[in-house]
Design a protein around this ligand. Structure first.
Ligand code: ATP
Length: 293
């Protein structure tokens, strides 16, 4: 009996391994397909984003089919306004920014910039129109100035100086022996989370895109850093349409519109005082954060 059992057992093992390998291959091909889907439409036109108004219309999206992340979501960011997206961790806030930048395509619905559906314009023109200030910025092993200039390799020295000043980095740079020639990155000066975000803001200013996507760091910054970032952001927001993914509600009370997300849907939207008066989800989040602070 054992002579029969062992080979059968082995065959069972081989069968399971082949099944697993096929599933892995299927998943990998799924991923490749998804990636391959993000390419220029054959009739793609360059985006014209002069007004830089954004509209999400009935957008649904999931990373994998089992788990819907965004569910029939709609909202608008009017030209030149500052809109904040808030909601619990995992609500789908960063997913919105990934869809706007077309790291992924929506499953249903449409995203428009100035009434042009973003899947019908060239990826290059779309990504040129959006400057991202990420939560955690990658710094290269070179000087602070070169790290900022990376935002636009053709920028003039004057433009770089202006971006440094608008991003409120001049005080920090002046405090360093080698000023803006100071090497940063893994093998250079360690810069704080707040300074890194201001370097990212300066890069975004230099890029000169009409839309700014700001992903606020989740980790709390000291109040000095936070204030410096807020002033830098206010300067930049005056010149852009800005979408801010916020974790601390105290940083976005001045937004033209606050969009409250819950489980992949917009549950409330309005200005800070209106949402407080409505006494709903936002007011509850605000009270919770106030009591924690
Ligand atoms: P946080 O405030 O914590 O940054 P968020 O609201 O920005 O959260 P998202 O990052 O948009 O949330 O994620 C929404 C959901 O999608 C989460 O449940 C997350 O686990 C899932 N998710 C995010 N990225 C991926 C991915 N690449 N593959 C699969 N699931 C993902």
């Amino acid at each position: 009996m054992i002579q029969l059992f062992l080979p059968l057992n082995f065959l069972g093992f081989v069968y399971r391994e082949i099944r697993r390998a096929l599933t892995d291959l299927e998943n990998m091909l799924g991923l490749l397909n998804r990636k391959a889907a993000i390419s220029d439409d054959k009739d793609a036109q360059p985006l014209n984003a002069t007004k830089a108004a954004i509209r999400f219309e009935n957008v649904s999206f999931s990373y994998d089919k089992q788990r819907p992340i965004l569910n029939n979501l709609s909202f608008e960011v009017t030209s030149g306004s500052k809109v904040a997206i808030v909601g619990a961790s995992g609500a789908g806030k960063s997913t919105l920014s990934r869809l706007l930048y077309r790291f992924y395509d929506v499953d249903a619905g449409k995203i428009y910039i100035d009434e042009q559906a973003i899947n019908t314009v060239t990826l290059e023109s779309l990504r040129q129109a959006i400057a991202i200030v990420p939560q955690d910025t990658v710094l290269f092993n070179t000087s602070i100035r070169e790290n900022i200039a990376y935002g636009n390799p053709t920028a003039s020295e004057d433009e770089i100086d202006k971006a440094i000043s608008l991003a409120h980095l001049d005080g920090f740079i002046a405090s360093l022996d080698k000023g803006d020639k100071t090497p940063v990155g893994e093998r250079g000066l360690k810069v704080s989370g707040g300074e890194k975000q201001r370097i990212a803001i300066a890069r975004a200013i230099l890029k000169g895109s009409p839309i700014l996507l700001f992903d606020e760091a989740t980790s709390a910054l000291d109040s000095h850093s936070e204030q410096a970032i807020l002033s830098a952001m206010r300067e930049v927001a005056q010149r852009h349409t800005s979408l801010v993914i916020a974790h601390r509600l105290s940083t976005i009370t001045d937004a033209d519109k606050i969009i409250v997300m819950k489980q992949g849907q917009v549950v409330e939207q309005g200005q800070h005082h209106q949402l407080l008066a409505a006494n709903g989800e936002y007011a509850r989040m605000w009270q919770l954060q106030q009591s924690e602070e």
